[in-house]
Design a protein around this ligand. Sequence first.
Ligand code: FAD
Length: 477
Amino acid sequence: MARHLIWFRADLRTIDNTALHSACLDPQAEVIALFFISTEQWQQHQMAGCRVDFDLRTLTVLSQTLATLNIPLIICHSPHFNSQIDDLSDFCKQHHIEAVYYNFQYEINERKRDLAVKEKLSQAGIHCFGYHDQCIVAPSTLLTGEGKYYSVYTPFKKSWLQAVQRQAVVVYPAPQKRISCPLTSSVVPNVLSEFSSHLSPAFAQQEWPAGEEVALTRLHDFCRHHIRRYQQERDFPALNHTSRLSPYLANGSLSLRQCYQAATLEAADYGASKDIDHWISELIWRDFYKHIMVGFSRVCKHLPFRLETRQLKWRHDEADFQRWCDGKTGFPLVDAAMRQLNTTGWMHNRLRMVTAMFLTKDLFIDWRWGERYFMERLIDGDLSANNGGWQWSASTGNDAAPYFRIFNPARQSEKFDPQGTFIRQFVPELAHLDDKQIHEPHAKQFQVGLNYPTPMVNHKTASAETIQHFQSLKQID
Ligand code: FAD
């Protein structure tokens, strides 16, 4: 009897999992699932403790779901990333595996590992099947007229939309129950002690319950209640009306295709709308940054996309950086946002842009410091989206914010948190201020004596200096 192995990585779900679907096509084959816990790999990716915790909880749910399908989930420790190659080969030999199925990961080290795995397994006569699954449109299938990867979002989006018109987006159901398999599922080990999670387990569990069922419920709730107001409401952090699906997409409890399908079904059932299109365009941003990571692998090494920006002499001031991390810059919206990240493991998109731009343009601190800090704290940390967001904010990226268009944190605050509701929630020492003062508590016209830091920079002067740094760059071809 054939025995197939499904190797789970960043795709912790049973519905719409291309590799799992393929591994189960032969109804007679026994199917075993495998997951490697590699603390080195998680450390290399600077994964936040709350993300590790979330993934472990997701694995527990996945294991239970797989058990109902008669697919045991075996969890192996492979502390060193590259030892996965030998460990996988040994596992296959020991358990007489005929074929291994997995979905591609696009980070550079993961791609190298997969090539080595394929070579090693082929030598041992074991079939190896890899699938494009993370993106709706697979990298390398969407290229410019010159056969290159897109580096600008708008033409990428146009071409992406044409691709999904040409080829319908298919969502696979969960596989049918299999014949039983003699192996027993592993207990998910607790390796959290090697990572410090800044969230309490009870809070994490309540705020971010794990598993594909929860993810699907959240997706359908969002489509039912909020997607039709997405365009108006998406920029207001106090409303909290974006989907908040990013953690589930990051570890693959949910696929991007499921999101796309839910949005297009909503449009088909109740009418198309600009809001739905807008949400889909955010999903396309996710695909875009994954394609960038494949086409321009220097971003995996945290090198700037725009080569001339390598000349920038970013500041490496530990004390100033720490004030930003702690949410003590004296700019209420920036501080509220950083405290949201520190206490919930997540930050609203508008605020990610505001805080990233503040660090890079007002403090002129190296964007890589911020990129790293986000990864160490975010429950949805994702190399391509995080790097893309940071390089956009720092104006070092492809299709980035123009270097001279610098957000004024106080104006952003007045526009996107007009009553200061969000600030009051995360910066309680300012909660008693009125709707005007809360955006700039130390402005001249207001009384002094607050237990809140004065602004650590003058926004006007700091941004003028940053613009000068960019203007002095010499072009590199
Ligand atoms: P929604 O608004 O509901 O959007 C739906 C989904 O679309 C998101 O879950 C996400 O998967 C995708 N998406 C939305 N906006 C973007 C975007 N700009 N780029 C790529 N994908 C997007 N996103 C991450 O998933 N992980 C990160 O580590 C990450 N770091 C970021 C760092 C910075 C500096 C910036 C500016 C953005 C970053 N983003 C990151 C993108 C974005 O902020 C989050 O995806 C979004 O806030 C998640 O909230 P949501 O699920 O409610 O999004």
